[in-house]
Design a protein around this ligand. Structure first.
Ligand code: PXG
Length: 478
């Protein structure tokens, strides 16, 4: 019997009329009071938040969110970089519903498996570039990166190279918030609050041209120099001690930092020369964000391992995964037990939703459209709108992801002394203007659902311009 049961009747939630109160159980004030009383938010100053009150998001459709006051908000961040197919897709809800009825849970630890995880693995092997034919599952991007550390360590052990233990990552990279993910990431403010760090992880500098290049360097020269730091670090530690390098093809949370074309080929050359595994963290870049299925394809390099989450299920349910290329997979498969797993590794409901999600991305040619149509339109619109803006110093991105660098003097790359504050001011203007745009220090980030239409892109960019204009006015710059 196929695991696909009959289509169930499911009514697509109607888009609420603009300004309409949505059916909800409590008033905004009641929600806020209960939230403040009992809920601890991630990465938040709870004292300050409880004093100002959270915005209560009650429903969503396409690229729009509605709050408990009936405001319609355009979501320029696809949730948290994850809702690639947009909100309200009944195919995903149906897949979850059907799977919950048929087999809500079973594990794959003790000689069992189930159809959704089999279908998902086969589909991922079809969609990922050729050497990726094997996948390990978890619940998040952080867990995917924890898992990668385990796989890398195990791989070198199977090769008899027990000294290869050090993993090199980058300052201002983001790889999650578990102890291993947080250590891999290069966010100092996270390291400060950690009880301890995972051993054998070191960082090199990031390829952040606008903020860190000297005035005589071209973007290509700077990116090359930053990549060559990897070689220097390997030589310093000794190649026999270095297991892997991990990086996001473009840094997401760190500010949508797109390295120049010289960066990744040099990183790849160095990894190959010293027999260091290359890991691409595709948690944000994966599943169409740049117009390719994976961001490493956009930059033209070939990693040994890829970590995924977010767009794998478009955020409808949690799921993460690690893709192993054939060489790594063979070593893990043919050398006895791999002592790692999570209760929800390959969760049937998450896997069924992932399958439905990937089929939408493929069959509705959503990824292709980002590459050939909406992505180029979005990038051009941003450049047409902001190229000569008095406080925009750089427009980075490809496909449907972008970072706008706010700067005091764009031409000389002079940044605001209080950059994070300026980003925060701009973000508040966005929030009040019913636009979700993320601030990362002094960079404003956009990463909308991949189903966004050109008309919605026009609205997004026009609202972003209003917020950035208002920020400039507040700073007395015009
Ligand atoms: N890798 C990358 C590249 C990420 O962006 C993770 C790993 C961790 O994934 P999980 O699923 O464990 O969160 C991420 C997550 C932000 C923001 O504010 C970004 C992320 C998470 C939370 C907030 O930009 N990225």
């Amino acid at each position: 019997m196929s695991y696909r049961t009959e289509e169930i009747a499911y009514v697509q939630p109607a888009e609420p009329a603009a300004g309409a109160r949505t059916a909800q159980q409590r008033t905004t004030a009641e929600y806020r009071a209960l939230d403040a009383a009992h809920h601890v938010h991630p990465f938040s100053d709870m004292g300050a938040l409880n004093r100002s009150g959270s915005r209560v998001i009650v429903k969503a459709h396409g690229v729009y969110l509605w709050d408990s006051e009936g405001n319609k908000i355009i979501d320029g961040m696809a949730g948290l970089w994850c809702v690639n197919v947009g909100y309200g897709r009944k195919e995903l809800a149906n897949a979850a519903y059907r799977q919950m009825e048929q087999l809500p849970y079973y594990n794959t630890f003790f000689k069992t498996t189930h159809p959704p995880v089999i279908e998902l693995s086969a589909l991922l092997a079809e969609l990922a570039p050729e050497p990726f034919n094997h996948f390990f599952y978890c619940n998040s991007g952080s867990e995917a990166n924890d898992t990668v550390l385990r796989i890398v360590h195990r791989y070198w052990a199977t090769q008899g190279k027990h000294s290869k233990k050090v993993v090199i990552s980058r300052k201002n990279g983001y790889h999650g918030s578990t102890i291993a993910g947080g250590t891999l990431g290069g966010m100092g403010y996270m390291h400060e609050q950690m009880p301890s760090k995972v051993e054998n992880i070191v960082h090199i500098d990031q390829p952040y041209f606008f903020g860190e290049a000297n005035s005589s360097q071209t973007p290509e020269e700077f990116a090359l120099a930053r990549a060559q730091q990897l070689e220097m670090k390997i030589l310093e530690i000794g190649a026999d001690n270095v297991a892997a390098f991990i990086g996001e093809p473009f840094q997401g949370a760190g500010g949508v930092i797109f390295p120049a074309s010289t960066y990744w080929p040099e990183i790849e050359r160095i990894c190959r020369k010293y027999d260091v595994l290359l890991v691409a963290d595709e948690v944000i870049g994966g599943f169409g964000r740049t117009g390719e299925w994976f961001a490493h394809q956009h930059f033209g390099f070939k990693p040994d391992l890829i970590t995924m989450a977010k767009g794998l299920t478009s955020g409808y349910v949690p799921m993460g995964a690690v893709g192993l290329n054939d060489r790594i997979a063979k070593a893990i498969i043919e050398n006895g037990e791999f002592n790692h797993g999570l209760t929800y590794s390959g969760h049937p409901v998450a896997a069924a939703v992932a399958v439905a999600n990937l089929k939408l991305l493929r069959d509705e040619t959503i990824v292709e459209r980002v590459k050939t149509d909406t992505g180029p339109y979005f990038q051009k619109k941003l450049r047409d709108t902001f190229a000569h803006h008095p406080i925009v110093g750089e427009i980075a991105g490809a496909g449907l992801v972008a970072g706008l660098q706010l700067a005091e003097e764009p031409a000389s790359r002079k940044r605001f002394a209080n950059g994070g504050d300026v980003g925060g001011v701009c973000r508040d203007f966005c929030f009040n203007g019913n636009l979700i745009m993320r601030a990362s220090g002094d960079r404003m980030l956009l990463s909308p659902p991949l189903v966004i239409s050109k008309q919605e892109i026009d609205e997004l960019v026009s609202k972003a311009k209003q917020a950035i204009d208002a920020t400039a006015t507040q700073l007395g710059i015009s």
